[in-house]
Design a protein around this ligand. Structure first.
Ligand SMILES: Cc1cc2nc3c(=O)[nH]c(=O)nc-3n(C[C@H](O)[C@H](O)[C@H](O)COP(=O)(O)OP(=O)(O)OC[C@H]3O[C@@H](n4cnc5c(N)ncnc54)[C@H](O)[C@@H]3O)c2cc1C
Length: 458
């Protein structure tokens, strides 16, 4: 229950900033305290910094008054990593959204954390450069959030994940002091790699106020292929055949036929799979790679192969892939979604085992995602109105995670831990390694001011 003391503290917080920076409005506190996980948040207050000083003031205020802070980009986290509760101040970065520099010669961009990933992609492309990380949420998620979660995405098969493009960070620490890691050099091996440590730390070690990101020259051309197979395993065999043919596509997206049926509005279970493949390079390179890809997938019995190398035609091939997540909600009403990873060579076997384990629990499991780096999205749809459906799905998710771990995999390939998977960390992480992580957390944030309770069990 809110108390007079809380209201007095909120007034002091608001007084520490210029007008309009702090919101104590109950609706804002719920909306901006809740993220894509749909775990209902209810923050103590929301601070919308426009500069680094505001970030420092908020962190120092939290530390001095028994509160903590939860940095927030766009709130698309599916794990609750940006969920804020009663004694937590949300630091909403939506107003620190300037692109400060895009330098083709240095091959870097410098941005504030609230810039949308898609906006940097477009700005880089306008000067012939390329920001490769491409989470499916690129248009709706921020670079600060992408760095804090080490977002993966659709081009990771060839270009890697966000971590591979973070050169330097400017941060505010839990004691309010500003520090910088890395810089503008494309290589540096001086000291411990704090940039890499902070990337993926879910706002638990430091709050970013400026990011220096690596750019590549823009590939001049891209071509997209869609291949269909009669069974669930065909898409995986095709990915192997393409790599064996010496082609490394930038995207290798698997979709089982169940998810394609769901996108078309028909939830009837069916077998079969598709693989969406995208290659890039010069137009001649793309033609050559596309021919080799088509030959490889035909050699393992593709039912059909479609090739598109113009923008609109390529978008049409991507359309189904991009609408899967929302279609599953639309058709079933509810789902759990897990982004499990396994060693590449065991992907087909692991997916078959996870589907079998789900059936044994009385739940359905439909699968799509990044076959190139063996990080798939396992969706467990259910009708919330049916008694026992949610319990069956919870059991299936637990069994799926056990399978991924048994195959030497991971419970989260790219979405992170947040609140939702905090109980899974011990299941996957070596006990001594976890102890060292806990020491790291205490070294950065001894009083637990920065997004406590997320990323690792404390
Ligand atoms: C439709 C959809 C598709 C998606 N596709 C992908 C995908 O392909 N690949 C993928 O990896 N993820 C994907 N995601 C998940 C999500 O978009 C990513 O995790 C994204 O990186 C979160 O960015 P955000 O700006 O929304 O951050 P938020 O959700 O606001 O925050 C995420 C984490 O970042 C921290 N954070 C935010 N800003 C800062 C800062 N300035 N300093 C320190 N910490 C900070 C927060 O505290 C939190 O821990 C998808 C989500 C949706 C809804």
């Amino acid at each position: 229950m809110p108390t007079d003391a809380d209201d007095a503290l909120r007034s002091r917080l608001a007084a520490a900033f210029p007008v309009g920076v702090v919101s104590c409005d109950p609706v804002d506190r719920v909306l901006l305290g809740t993220d894509g996980s749909k775990i209902r948040g209810n923050a103590f207050a929301v601070v919308k910094p426009t500069d680094e000083d505001h970030v420092r003031t908020a962190i120092l205020f939290a530390g001095a008054n028994g509160l903590s802070v939860v940095p927030r980009g766009a709130g698309t986290s599916p794990t609750g990593s940006a969920t804020a509760r009663r004694r937590q101040i949300v630091l909403d970065f939506s107003r620190m959204n300037r692109i400060l520099d895009v330098s083709p010669r240095d091959m870097v961009a410098v941005v504030e954390p609230g810039v949308m990933c898609g906006e940097l992609q477009s700005r880089a492309e306008a000067v012939g450069m390329f920001y490769p990380p491409d989470p499916a949420s690129a248009r709706t998620s921020t670079l600060g959030g992408n760095v804090a979660t080490c977002a993966g995405g659709l081009r990771a098969a060839k270009y890697g994940v966000t971590r591979d493009y973070v050169l330097g960070l400017r941060c505010v620490g839990a004691d309010g002091r500003v520090f910088e890691t890395g810089g503008r050099s494309l290589k540096s091996v001086v000291g411990y790699d704090l940039t890499r440590l902070l990337t993926g730390s879910e706002g638990t070690l430091a709050v970013f106020t400026r990011l220096t990101l690596r750019l590549l020259p823009k590939p001049p051309h891209a071509a997209t292929l869609l291949a269909e197979f009669a069974d669930d395993q065909g898409g995986f065999a095709a990915a192997d055949a393409i790599l064996a043919a010496g082609v490394l596509p930038r995207a290798l997206e698997y979709m089982d036929r169940d998810v394609l049926g769901i996108v078309a509005g028909d939830p009837t279970p069916r077998s079969g799979s598709s693989l969406l493949i995208e290659v890039d390079g010069s137009p001649a390179d793309c033609r050559d790679q596309a021919e080799r890809v088509a030959a490889a997938v035909r050699s393992i019995g593709a039912l059909s192969v479609r090739i598109a190398d113009a923008g609109d035609d390529r978008d049409a091939l991507w359309a189904a892939r991009r609408s899967i997540s929302s279609a599953v909600y639309r058709v079933f009403g509810a789902k759990r979604s897990e982004d499990l990873g396994v060693p590449r060579g065991r992907l087909a076997e692991a997916v078959a085992a996870i589907k079998a384990a789900s059936r044994a629990c009385g739940a359905r499991c439909v699968v799509y995602g990044h076959a190139g780096d063996a990080n798939l999205h396992f969706n467990f749809p259910y009708d919330p109105a049916v008694d026992g459906a949610k319990a069956a799905v919870d059991a299936a998710v637990d069994a799926a995670m056990a399978v991924a771990l048994r195959f030497g995999g991971t419970v989260s390939g790219e979405h992170g831990i947040g609140l939702k998977k905090i109980d899974q960390v011990r299941r996957e992480t070596d006990a001594r390694a976890l102890e060292l992580m806990q020491h790291v957390k205490r070294a950065f944030d001894p009083a637990g001011i920065l997004n406590p309770g997320k990323a690792i069990p404390e």
